[in-house]
Design a protein around this ligand. Structure first.
Ligand SMILES: N[C@H](CCC[C@H](N)C(=O)O)C(=O)O
Length: 301
């Protein structure tokens, strides 16, 4: 029977990690059904809420984790990982009373990550092992190299290719201010050698323990910060012998601490997560059952 179309409400929280901003939705106590077109409209900074990514918190799909966490870019596409989002996720599930844990195990589309909420409110994330095999990034290359020559705009660009669950191209530049982010970013984002498209990082090495980074994100454009981009940049820089094990990554929205001992070890990321406001969405849609709220929070009529 065709469900009657009536508006339905969805609670959400607006958050950011160093200015990379998110709409976070609790899909544990609410039933969430959003299609790509709805996500794109919600991402619009004039007709919707406005965000770089939408983060959807879901119940775990396996007994050894606390939650599942899904990520959608502003263009509506679901992606594998989001570093700044992971930190905001940790803060969100605590603030919403969905957990009381300080160490949270989370399932994402590319595997498990572990989030640790520190007493000062910073969140430390084990982002897992970087992937450097071109086929797994994915990136079209004959063999694995420290860097690759990629042709576009009639020029040859030298870049590293790294996956943190999501694909990243990293270019070393003399100055992030002068880097061709607006033109080269979109060219490389959809370059045919990256079959799943790619996030494009422009890294200026100030010293072995401090870099500046701008990222043109897949499915979004340039963001104020990119957590997986910071991880990928440090991996690329270390492999090229430019960086120490612990690096401060300076982004437009602030700085992250990234630590990577080397191959065979996970990349650790530490940084802030900020809650900005809570809101209520009115969505035209079919009847929907609201999942019973967890104990202790009967909704007032
Ligand atoms: N645009 C990315 C997802 C978000 C990554 C970024 N916001 C982060 O903090 O890691 C991609 O398409 O893979």
């Amino acid at each position: 029977m065709a469900a009657s179309r009536q508006s339905r409400q969805l609670r959400f929280t607006k958050m950011h990690g160093l200015g990379n901003d998110f709409m976070v939705i609790d899909g544990v106590t609410q039933e969430v059904q959003l299609d790509q077109a709805q996500i794109r409209r919600l991402a619009d900074r004039h007709f919707g809420v406005g965000f770089d990514q939408l983060l959807l918190v879901e119940p775990p799909g396996r007994p050894d984790v606390d939650f599942r966490y899904r990520i959608f870019n502003a263009d509506g596409g679901e992606v594998e990982q989001c570093g700044n989002g992971a930190r905001c996720f940790a803060r969100f599930v605590r603030e919403q009373g969905l957990t009381r844990k300080d160490i949270i195990d989370v399932e994402t589309n590319t595997g498990l990550i572990q989030l640790s909420i520190k007493p000062d409110g910073a969140v430390r994330v084990d982002m897992g092992l970087p992937e450097l095999d071109p086929a797994a990034i994915p990136f079209k290359a004959e063999s694995r190299e420290l860097s690759y020559a990629v042709e576009t705009q009639g020029q040859t660009w030298t870049l590293s290719a790294v996956s943190m669950g999501n694909p990243h191209a990293v270019l070393v530049v003399d100055s992030v201010e002068r880097a061709p982010v607006e033109t080269l970013g979109p060219e490389l984002e959809s370059h045919p050698r990256f079959p799943a498209r790619v996030n494009v990082g422009f890294m200026q090495v100030e010293s072995p323990d401090r870099v500046r980074l701008r990222v043109f994100e897949r499915g979004v454009g340039e963001t104020r910060a990119c957590g997986t981009g910071a991880c990928a940049a440090v991996v690329a820089g270390r492999l090229r012998g430019l960086l120490d094990e612990r690096v401060e990554v300076l982004l437009a929205g602030g700085s992250l601490i990234i630590e990577w001992p080397g191959e065979g070890h996970p990349v650790m990321m530490e940084g802030p997560a900020t809650t900005v406001f809570e809101g209520q969405l009115w969505l035209a849609g079919s009847n929907s059952r609201r999942r019973p709220r967890r104990s202790g929070g009967a909704r007032k009529k």
